[in-house]
Write a protein that binds this ligand. Structure first.
Ligand code: CA
Length: 286
């Protein structure tokens, strides 16, 4: 069963729906290396570091080989505790974290939670791998601060696309803090009703009360507050917030909207601010 846990067929030339889905999904990916290369980071000789915390040997091997080929520096550990200490030591650019680590060690959710409360690792993006498919697991994973998740079996191409998307997002948000535009943005605040979002400090308040948001939640709210009362379709949201230019597992938007509502709405189950536009997307109203 473990052999099935990865899209092995994608490295070889064998058949299978997974591979087909992949090739279709790649259409949108073709622009990716070019846009990635435009980023100044790409010209630096330093390799981006990926830490893999995963106990399944075959997945580790696949990720290691593949990502090294893609130009990443990869370190892999199979234990949660070791993952935490390695993350501290090597300061990775991204962590790929398996949800189901072997019993006896701490599991993926706990690793993620501890990464997030440690000042050294709190901003390192985490891509969670999950063998199950249940939304509950995903929501739990995202609540502990994972930036994205990928369900096994996954294709290597999809993994790489996710990593690039997460890193682009990360850069975009750090650019908005430290980039050239910082002076003109200083003190700039978006306001909608009693919601305030400060573009410089990335602080969000509602009626003066500070609301703690993860980076992705902030980006999502930023998008809504930049386009108040405009219906944003799912493709636009996915593209602007996640950097995906293809529609993959789109329920990530629902998951994040739900979590954002829990933080900003008076009554998350009957949302007033972020309203669902059935079959289209969402709109910030009030
Ligand atoms: Ca596992």
């Amino acid at each position: 069963m473990q052999q099935d846990a990865i899209g092995r067929s994608n490295l070889s030339s064998s058949s299978g729906g997974q591979l087909e889905g992949n090739l279709n999904g790649r259409e949108g990916n073709e622009t990716r290396p070019a846009s990635f290369a435009k980023n100044p980071y790409e010209q630096k000789p330093a390799l981006l570091k990926v830490l893999v915390i995963e106990d399944e040997e075959n997945i580790i091997e696949l990720i290691k080989l593949g990502l090294r080929y893609e130009g990443f520096q990869v370190e892999a550990v199979s234990d949660g505790q070791e993952g935490l200490s390695t993350a501290q030591r090597i300061s990775p650019d991204i962590i790929i974290l398996d949800l189901g680590l072997p019993p006896g060690s701490i599991d993926g959710l706990e690793v993620c939670r501890r990464l997030r409360i440690n000042p050294t690792t709190q901003d390192v993006p985490v891509l969670m791998l999950t063998a199950k498919g249940e939304v509950e697991d995903r929501v739990a994973g995202l609540k502990t601060g994972a930036d994205d998740y990928l369900t096994k079996p996954f294709s290597f191409e999809e993994l790489v696309a996710r990593i690039h998307a997460i890193l682009r997002r990360q850069r975009r948000s750090s650019d908005s803090l430290q980039g050239d535009g910082v002076n003109e943005r200083e003190g700039q605040v978006l306001q909608f009703g009693d919601l305030r979002l400060n573009l410089t400090t990335r602080e969000v308040t509602r009626t003066g009360r500070l609301i703690e948001l993860t980076a992705t939640e902030y980006n999502l709210l930023h998008l809504f507050m930049s386009h108040p009362r405009q219906v944003l379709d799912r493709q636009t949201i996915l593209n602007k917030v996640w950097g995906y230019d293809f529609l993959g597992e789109t329920n990530i938007i629902e998951v994040y909207v739900r979590y954002l509502r829990e933080k900003i709405e008076d009554s998350p189950s009957t949302p007033r601010l972020i309203q669902t536009v059935r079959g289209v997307g969402y709109v910030l109203k009030g």
